[in-house]
Write a new protein. Structure first.
Length: 245
C-alpha cells in the first residue's frame, strides 16, 4: 500500500526553510515524489494563498511530499485532512524578533514585479519602526497563525508537531521524531547528505545574514520587558497550547 502524501505547515521565521529541506531529503530517501508547491510562489503573479488553495485539485493522496505551507490559508485547504501533516512551530516572540531583522535586511526579494513593489514598500516602512513597535504591530498575525495551527493539530489524526527549539538545540531528537513519523530511518548515507543542514552553529550574530543567529530566547535580548509582557498576554492561550509559557 502506498504511503500517504505529506505536507508540512509552519509560520514565517520558524526555521521552516531548513526544516523543509531536511524533511525533503528524508522523504526522497524513502522514495517519495517531491512536489514543493511553495517553489511556484516567488515568480508567480498569484499570492501564496491562491497558489496553495488552487493546487488542491492536483494533489495526490499518496506518495508525494508537497513541501511547506507557511500561511493562515491552510485553514482553507480541506485536502490536508487526507494527508499526513508535519507542523513546525517556534516561540512567536522569537519569530517576531527574527522577522524584524529579516524583512529589514536579509530577506530575499521576490521576482514578480508587483510582489517586489510590496516587498520594498514594507522594507521602507520598517525603517520608520523600532523593533518593539514592529513586534506589537505584527503580533496579531502570529496569534492568528498559531491559532490556525492549533486547530489543525486538534482536529487532525495523523499529525506531528515539531519545535524550532528542538531543531537547533536537540537536533537528534528532532530528527528521530520525523524519522518515526514518516517511517524512514536516518541511515548513514542519509546522515551524510544532511550533514551541512543539521549544523546550526553560528559564531556570532550578523544582522545582514538570513541565518542571523539561532539561539532560542532572542526576544529576551531584543524586546523590552513591556513589549514581551503585552505580546505574551495577547497570545497566552495559543502559546500555552504549544508549551511556550
Amino acid at each position: 500500500m502506498a504511503d500517504k502524501s505529506i505536507i508540512s505547515t509552519s509560520m514565517h521565521k520558524a526555521g521552516s526553510t531548513i526544516a523543509d529541506s531536511i524533511i525533503m531529503d528524508i522523504l526522497a530517501a524513502k522514495g517519495m515524489e517531491l512536489d514543493r508547491i511553495a517553489l511556484q510562489v516567488p515568480a508567480s503573479t498569484l499570492s501564496e494563498a491562491e497558489i496553495f488553495k488552487n493546487y488542491q485539485t492536483q494533489m495526490k493522496e499518496t506518495g508525494v511530499y508537497y513541501g511547506i505551507a507557511r500561511g493562515p490559508y491552510v485553514s482553507d485547504m480541506p485536502i490536508l485532512d487526507k494527508l499526513k501533516v508535519i507542523v513546525q512551530v517556534r516561540d512567536p516572540r522569537d519569530c517576531l524578533t527574527s522577522a524584524y531583522f529579516s524583512f529589514k535586511k536579509s530577506h530575499v526579494p521576490p521576482k514578480d514585479p508587483e510582489k517586489l513593489k510590496q516587498f520594498m514598500e514594507r522594507r521602507k516602512k520598517l525603517e520608520t519602526l523600532d523593533i518593539n513597535q514592529y513586534a506589537l504591530q505584527e503580533s496579531g498575525g502570529y496569534k492568528t497563525r498559531l491559532r490556525i495551527l492549533r486547530e489543525l493539530v486538534r482536529r487532525h489524526d495523523d499529525v506531528l508537531v515539531l519545535k524550532y527549539e528542538d531543531m537547533v538545540e536537540r537536533t537528534e531528537q528532532w530528527l528521530e521524531q520525523i524519522a518515526k513519523f514518516v517511517g524512514q530511518p536516518i541511515t548513514l548515507a542519509l546522515r551524510d547528505k544532511l550533514a551541512g543542514k543539521i549544523d546550526f552553529a553560528v559564531d556570532q550574530e550578523d544582522i545582514s545574514k538570513h541565518k542571523r543567529q539561532v539561539s532560542p530566547g532572542d526576544h529576551k535580548r531584543k524586546l523590552s520587558e513591556k513589549t514581551i509582557r503585552q505580546i505574551s498576554d495577547k497570545m497566552a492561550d495559543e502559546m500555552a497550547f504549544f508549551g511556550y509559557v
